[in-house]
Design a protein around this ligand. Sequence first.
Ligand SMILES: C[S@@+](CC[C@H](N)C(=O)[O-])C[C@H]1O[C@@H](n2cnc3c(N)ncnc32)[C@H](O)[C@@H]1O
Length: 299
Amino acid sequence: MTVRDLLEDGTARLATSGIASARAEVEWLLAEMLGVGRFRLYLDIERPLPEAVARRFAAAVSRRAAREPLQQILGRQAFCDVSVTVTPDVLVPRPETERLVEWALETLPWRPARGRPLVVDVGTGSGCVACAIASARPDADVVAVDLSPAAAAVARANAESLGLAERVRALIGDLLAPVGAARADLVVANLPYLPRASLAGLEPEVREHEPALALDGGADGLDVIRRLVADAPRVLRPGGRLVLETAGGAQATAVAALLGRAGFHDVAVRRDLAGVGRFVGGTAHAVGAGQVIGGGGAA
Ligand SMILES: C[S@@+](CC[C@H](N)C(=O)[O-])C[C@H]1O[C@@H](n2cnc3c(N)ncnc32)[C@H](O)[C@@H]1O
């Protein structure tokens, strides 16, 4: 079998299974298996491949045809300027979440005179957000929290393999429970936000292969976010920021209202790549703004 034969057979198989981007996906699978870039495949497309490669490729195509996510088969996903290991215990990092990181980085103060900024990534999953922030900001420490011990283990392993383990601490816990009062400069979170009733209608890749704990936001999708917004003022330093990803649209508006009621100011909504308002941010009260936050004060 040649490169061309495998690409054509694999594409036909995935297309029959209803996968829209069948050709691109078989290119990713074969390129990864051969250890080359996707476009290198075409430089030697009549090259015959060993039987063992053809067998491994066929096995990978069968998994994808059964609607296992491509990233779980490849075992990795690029995210911002890092690449993280992905397992069935964690959500596959999504491109829109890179915008959450962009906003988080914009809001994180540079303040060498006041010690290292502390970021808390709540619901860290693979640790993609925590590692991307730590990679972009070598002066910052990141606490990465997940309720799932298996997800926290993946985040820890990713931080280690990226050489970030000294600055990214992956902890098992419920939301901000592991974080002390008035310590954080930034709380960033992409928590489960889907209404429970919508889960049955998701694509099989998500519904059957990604953890329900990463998706299920309760009856209106806001169960987990609501609890985080209520507790975030406790852990943020005065002037610290909370930045969240939501399902977008009406849910973003509802979350902005939650932040307002919790005492955040400068509450804003940012759009995703499709132009939908999806990310919500707000600032915890500054010193002297009339609210005492925690007991620690500013460092
Ligand atoms: C939507 S996934 C996001 C994962 C990762 N931050 C990302 O953007 O790819 C939500 C994550 O929140 C975690 N989670 C759900 N409820 C939680 C809670 N009460 N406390 C901490 N983590 C929670 C899930 O286990 C899951 O890893």
